[in-house]
Design a protein around this ligand. Sequence first.
Ligand SMILES: [Zn+2]
Length: 309
Amino acid sequence: MVTGLFSHSACFAHDTGEGHPECPERLRAVLARLEAEEFLYLDRREAPRATAEQITRVHPGDFVDRVLRSIPTNGLRYVDGDTVVSPGSGEAALRAAGAVCAAVDAVMQGDLRNAFCAIRPPGHHAEPDQAMGFCLFNNVAIGAQHARAQWGLRRVAVIDFDVHHGNGTQAAFAAEPDLFYASTHQYPLYPGTGAAHEKGVAENIVNLPLRAFAGSAEFRSAVEKVLLPKLEGFAPELILISAGFDGHISDPLAQMQLLDQDYYWVTEQLLKVAEKTARGRVVSALEGGYDLNALASAVAAHVRALMLA
Ligand SMILES: [Zn+2]
């Protein structure tokens, strides 16, 4: 069984305007890097659109309508101070969420070993009723609820190593004891949530705030000493990864100092837990990462680890 790569050309047409860090070039850089020979055996698949049924397992129907109605027929429109939509954004958002659901289906069917979704807009800041922080729909939360509704899984975990806290995923999971969310992130930083005392109804939320300029040692220590034991204790039947690469030392949006090999390492660790409790089932989705070269090489390290599982 091989690793899947889900994407869609519609994700390039989500235009955020000149100079916006969450730009189509990010996805071009990622996909160009995954054209290298070592990635020849990725199973490349086109992402379908998420259905209304899939999205409304996380977001209320009136919110979904509001987001889709906010898409302009020309030009750009600001959803909040830094979240921009253009005529292609609705289709991109549907394909991004659809990629994660389709990847869950393929991994649950045993058709793929695991999968990476090269998608945008990202999703982890999108709360059930609030688009924000470059995010419209919460792609991984939609994938988690899809796995439960479609495949009858009970316990699903999301691990988020983006440098920002995934307030949206936490908001969607906090009251659900069978959904687990763990995040390493620079703290304090946008969006301001993610303190260690935010634990959810059943200690199903695990926040590991790290200081600005924290590097490999602090990151690995938090993952090894806290995140992995709690994840294993939760015993997920599927692990989703909010794979943001903006904790990289070269990233312009934050100050953490992670290296490509840290992304390889953390991916390997998550795969080991997945082997123990989830029959190896892992679906990863792109979140942040704003230095094009660092993003491409860190994604390559992450996908390399997925392929060697
Ligand atoms: Zn981020």
